[in-house]
Design a protein around this ligand. Structure first.
Ligand code: XCC
Ligand code: SF4
Length: 658
């Protein structure tokens, strides 16, 4: 059930109250004032040419060109997937450029932080390592990665990392991804007026582009980020607006890219800048994040997170944000007029994203990254001196993040025998019922964070191991679910595993491009054997309870194409066509062994998730899930801390698994 409340985040509610007192609009108030367009939200508005826009509101109605509801709904979904796949992938491309610049000596502030991963990625891409320096190899890997975006022949090299059966499905359904850019361009071409008109044929290309995102652009973004900034390992930090410090210069990094924000972190530790901050009356410089830039920095450096998508305006309303640095994606345009009302410097940094208004423009250049980062910090310090009233909601929660698939494997099996065997065995024994990935955004049309929290809690209670990314993972962090203590809320079987291994029942796996880590994890679980010869047999489900971005649609599609069913919440953007609705659920299930469903009620999403998991267990011939079999644990938290493996490792933990 969705509630009428706007948010369950007390810090958001507190800041919202202040905003209202001051007459300041936010996404919450704007969403309340502006109803979603009922035609567009059903997927029934076509504006692909200027004979329209055509609104197909009556049954049987067609557009000026004759396009049917099926065609229009499918085309709109396909174009949204193109937008999402482009966002993730273009982010990946830029990281490849940074890797190349580093190798050529044009990016002196960057270095290869995970050489093991560089070598592994070279292997995936067929790049020889023989006799090469780290920099030389970085350049070759960077160029080979770039080639995956624009290759004119063949297929995406990384797609071979998928389980064999999934690859066969893709061949058969003719969706084996070729090049990232090509698939996105082909969607735009096919959906142009008077071109591809058969809904299933359009959606075939949509799936191919989504797979090119998941097993191409996003996976490369994740891998190259790990090469440049280190592969995440468990690390503790804090989440919530209370991470803002009243007596320090607060700099928020917001968006999706780690490239400049990693440098900004270094700049906040610069002795000269710290001195300057002190001269202005600050006791230090505090860096915190919002959205996926935050997730990137949390996963690798333990930088605290101020909030997720719907916290971005509210952070400024506290009056304590001296600089908000934005790069790409999920940055509300409303931030510019809002920060203008405060002392906050809104600093835009991406060559691809600028915002109208009184903003500071510091365009990122690889060759001057640290210099630009220092400039950013200087702006923050300057603004600190102009602060007026400050109202920081005093709530922050400890959280453990950093669960890359490498680290999960390591924590399950140790440094030398890291495997997913323990996970598979637990599912086979019924100690774990299955796994779920909860991902995606916030959407002011549903209660902020409620879906993420409610579904996560219900699933762990039912012995489903949960992994999370994006704004969903941030939500989990706010409410304490990323701490091992949260195992108290888990079912008996899951709790036992958390106790033994010393992990929380919900694992933060990273940013939105890091959903590719989930794909890799699934592939490794399949390779381990015992719970399915392919991903479409593994008792696992993906969920996006509060989604809003086009990227969420691309993610959902590639996860489905990879054999894992996905349930998305409100809004159902294919509801305008029953034929398309059935096709992406049942039709895709025939092709890929998994379907995409839209279910509005959160409790119903949980019920359906468990139903799918149980059906998959049954098909595997596993015993029905019975929580009573493992209800023995009486270990207290203190005993556990003495006995269990340590949870938090130093950043330097070796992930050497080659
Ligand atoms: Fe954006 Fe990644 Fe969505 Fe959050 S979860 S609102 S896309 S920041 Ni990707
Ligand atoms: Fe209308 Fe067809 Fe043009 Fe779409 S493509 S706007 S349905 S005429």
């Amino acid at each position: 059930m969705m509630s009428e409340k706007r948010s369950i985040d007390p810090t958001a509610l507190e800041a919202l109250e202040i905003a209202e007192e001051l007459g300041i609009g936010t996404a919450f108030s704007r969403a309340a004032k502006m109803k979603a367009c009922p035609i567009g939200s059903d997927g029934l508005c076509c504006k692909n040419c200027s004979m329209g826009p055509c609104r197909l509101v009556k049954p049987g109605q067609v557009g000026v060109c004759g396009a049917t509801r099926e065609t229009v709904v499918a085309r709109n979904l396909a174009r949204a997937i193109a937008g999402g796949a482009a966002g993730h992938s273009d982010h990946g491309r830029d990281l490849c450029y940074t890797l190349i610049a580093l190798s050529e000596g044009h990016a002196p502030d960057y270095k290869v932080r995970d050489a093991n991963k560089l070598v592994r990625v070279a292997g995936y891409l067929g790049v020889s390592t023989k006799g090469k320096s780290i920099e030389g190899l970085a350049g070759d890997v960077g160029r080979a990665s770039l080639n995956e975006f624009g290759r004119q022949e063949g297929t995406i090299a990384y797609a071979k990392r998928a389980p064999q059966k999934q690859q066969e499905n893709w061949q058969e359904a003719r969706v084996y991804p070729r090049a990232v850019d090509r698939e996105i361009v082909e969607i735009m071409h096919r959906t142009h007026i008077g071109n591809d008109q058969k809904y299933d044929h359009i959606l075939q290309q949509a799936m191919r582009a989504a797979l090119a995102d998941g097993w191409g652009g996003s996976m490369l973004a994740t891998d190259v980020s790990d090469i440049l900034f280190g592969t995440p390992a468990a690390i503790q930090s804090e989440v919530g607006m209370g991470v803002l410090e009243e007596d320090q210069v607060n700099i928020i990094v917001h968006g999706h890219e780690p490239t400049l924000s990693e440098m900004t972190l270094i700049a906040t530790m610069d002795p000269e800048l710290l001195e300057l901050a002190k001269s202005k009356g600050a006791t230090g410089i505090n860096l915190a994040g919002i959205c996926c830039t935050a997730n990137e920095l949390l996963m690798r450096q333990g930088v605290p997170i101020a909030g997720n998508f719907l916290n971005q305006e509210l952070a400024i309303v506290t009056g304590a944000v001296d600089a908000m640095v934005v790069d790409i994606q999920c940055i509300m345009q409303a931030l510019a007029p809002l920060s203008d009302k405060y002392h906050t410097r809104l600093i835009t940094t991406s060559p691809k994203a600028d915002i109208e208004g009184r903003t500071v423009r510091l365009e990122f250049e690889e060759g001057r990254a640290l210099e630009i980062a220092k400039e950013i910090v200087r702006h923050g310090i300057e603004a600190f001196a102009e602060r007026k009233e400050v109202n920081i909601p005093q709530l922050k929660t400890p959280a453990v993040a950093g669960f890359s698939h490498e680290y999960i494997r390591y924590s399950l099996g140790g440094a030398y025998r890291g495997t997913f065997r323990a996970f598979n065995d637990a599912v086979m024994a019924g100690r774990l019922r299955g796994a779920a990935a909860i991902v995606g955004c916030n959407n002011p049309r549903v209660c902020h964070d409620e879906g993420h929290l409610r579904i996560a809690k219900e699933l762990i209670k039912n012995d489903v191991l949960v992994v999370e990314t994006g704004c969903s993972a941030i939500a989990a962090g706010k409410y304490g679910l990323l701490m091992p203590e949260a195992m108290a809320e888990a079912g008996p079987g899951l709790r036992e595993i958390c106790e033994t291994v010393g992990i929380p029942p919900i694992l933060h796996m990273g940013s939105c491009v890091d959903n590719s880590r989930i794909l890799t994890m699934i592939a490794e679980i399949v390779a381990e054997g015992g719970i399915g010869d392919d991903a479409s047999q593994v008792p696992a489900v993906g969920l996006a309870p509060e989604w809003m971005s086009e990227k969420a649609l691309s993610i959902a599609s590639y996860v489905v194409g990879s054999g894992i069913p996905v349930i998305m919440s409100y809004p159902n953007i294919v509801i305008g066509s029953e034929v398309v609705t059935n096709y992406i659920s049942e039709g895709w299930t025939k092709l890929f062994g998994a379907g995409l469903e839209f279910i509005e009620e959160w409790d119903e999403m949980v019920r359906r998730t468990l139903e799918i998991i149980d059906a998959r267990r049954e098909a595997l011939g596993l015993e029905p899930y019975d929580p009573k079999r493992f209800a023995k644990s009486t270990v207290t938290w203190d005993e556990m801390m003495v006995n269990a493996a340590p949870v938090v490792f130093e950043q330097v933990v070796s992930l050497d698994d080659d």
